[in-house]
Design a protein around this ligand. Structure first.
Ligand code: 5AD
Ligand code: SF4
Length: 449
């Protein structure tokens, strides 16, 4: 008892969620949190493999931990090191070969087996490794989280992906698409709300492909699940991420019209504006489909803010293809966007293609696209100035006497407000737009909830 765990997390929100659940898994074994590796008995590196330099980052961190482990062994208090997440899934055996001081390696689907894996390592077994995709549902076998939840909580409802975009490693590291039963999701949401959460973001690599077992017979899709979640006592706000354009059903579009708790913000990766590149990416949609979808969404919810991901320099992307991405970005006017240079992921179809784009060209295209996307984000933020928006206050602001929160469109908002408003949704008047956040003043007579 009385041992301490430090989890270092890279990558997406799903990894953040997984890290919290790994801590839950080890709580019954007596593990509490350690703020740093130096204070820990067990360090877990929860890795991400989606883009560049994942392995280099991992091995440089492992080198540091190895030195710590050696220093600690001399003092008699062992430090154990585990590698989890998508790099573990993709390169588990190599990790153990290159860093034999790693005590155990586990993939994203076996976190519920953490206590057993640790016990094997502690019993002296070397090179413990579990990269299975077991049939049992890991989340439903993990102990419940304890302690207060954040005001904004994440809840993984779906994992894996069957889309096989040519550039993407996710279908290999996270496996086939699977959805948690609706009853399990509702139970976890109720528990989060009871522990203080006001906003819940549903997570999944392909979250809008959700098709979980219904509480009665049959299955629920995401629209049905959102409607049920919106009924829960204490829930102020719902969000979900990340969505594939092909899975934006009419029912889900209508949910954006009909469910007030569902925030008017949607992350909908497009990846490219060129039909040729979208086909090479095996995205299953073209630019016309995406534009029409955005039209339907905006008809259903006129103030919907859109966010997206772009990749530049996918194999075969010509200058004209790249310009089609720029044109699409300009046309849609994204409120937020993430853009990346294509990075070959070993084992994916695009990695083996002959027509790779040079590094300097990728850099140039990324800079040009990011300038466009920054301008569009700035325009969106500037358009909010003078508006009154409901803001969920989630923490201290930059300066004393300030609180910070999020607008419905996920913009960080800073304003002078008394600390007792923390956790409330308040009406604020937006007074200024900064590149990545908004300043506001409280509209005292118009508290929302
Ligand atoms: N290279 C660059 N970006 C990638 N992404 C996924 N795989 C790659 C890759 N091989 C980006 C996509 C995806 C986001 C999470 O990461 O834009 O939507
Ligand atoms: Fe990767 Fe494509 Fe699946 Fe998204 S939809 S996780 S980009 S394969």
């Amino acid at each position: 008892m009385g041992r301490r765990l430090h989890v270092l997390t890279w990558g997406c929100q799903m990894n953040v969620y997984d890290s919290a659940r790994m801590s839950d898994a080890l709580a019954p074994a007596g593990f509490g949190p350690a703020a740093t590796p130096e204070e820990a008995d067990l360090v877990i590196l929860n890795t991400c493999h989606i883009r560049e330099k994942a392995a280099e980052k991992l091995f440089s961190e492992l080198g540091r931990l190895h030195r710590l482990k050696l220093a600690r062994a001399a003092g008699g208090a062992p430090l154990r090191i585990a590698v989890a997440g998508c790099v573990a899934q993709a390169e588990g055996a190599e990790i153990l070969a290159r860093a034999p001081y790693v005590d155990f390696v586990l993939g994203p689907q076996t976190y519920h087996r953490l206590p057993a894996l640790l016990a094997r390592a502690e019993a002296g077994e070397a090179g413990v490794i579990d990269l299975e995709f077991p049939a049992e549902a890991k989340f439903d076998r993990l102990p419940a989280s304890r302690g207060p939840a954040g005001l904004t909580a994440f809840l993984t409802i779906q994992e894996g992906c069957d889309k096989f975009c040519a550039f993407c490693v996710v279908p290999y590291t996270r496996g086939a698409e699977s959805s948690r039963p609706a009853a399990a999701v509702l139970a976890e949401a109720r528990a989060l709300l009871a522990r203080g959460a006001r906003e819940i973001t549903l997570l999944g690599q392909n979250v809008n492909a959700y098709h979980g077992e219904a509480p009665g017979a049959g299955t629920w899709d995401l629209a049905r699940l959102l409607a049920a979640l919106a009924e829960l006592e204490g829930l102020e706000r719902l969000r979900y991420t990340t969505s594939h354009p092909r899975d934006m059903t009419d029912g889900l579009i209508e949910a954006h019209r009909d469910i007030p708790a569902l925030m008017p913000f949607l992350h909908l990766p497009v990846q490219s504006g060129s039909d040729r590149v979208l086909a090479a990416m095996n995205r299953g949609h073209d630019g016309g489909f995406y534009r029409a979808l955005v039209g339907k969404l905006r008809a259903a919810r006129p103030d919907l803010a859109l966010s997206t991901d772009f990749i530049v320099g996918h194999p075969g992307e010509s200058e004209a293809d790249f310009e089609a991405s720029l044109a699409l970005a300009r046309e849609i006017g994204f409120a937020l966007a993430f853009s990346f240079k294509y990075s070959p992921r070993p084992g994916t179809p695009a990695a083996g293609r002959a027509e790779q784009v040079g590094e300097a060209e990728k850099e140039r295209r990324l800079a040009a696209l990011q300038a466009e996307l920054r301008a569009s984000q700035a325009a969106f933020n500037a358009g909010c100035v003078g508006r009154t928006l409901p803001v969920l206050l989630t923490g201290p602001g930059r300066h004393p006497g300030q609180l910070a929160g999020r607008s419905p469109y996920l913009q960080p908002v800073h304003l002078a407000a008394p600390a007792e408003l923390l956790g409330r949704v308040v009406a604020v008047r937006i007074t200024a737009a900064l590149p990545n956040s908004l300043s506001a003043t409280l509209e005292p007579e118009r508290l929302c909830a």
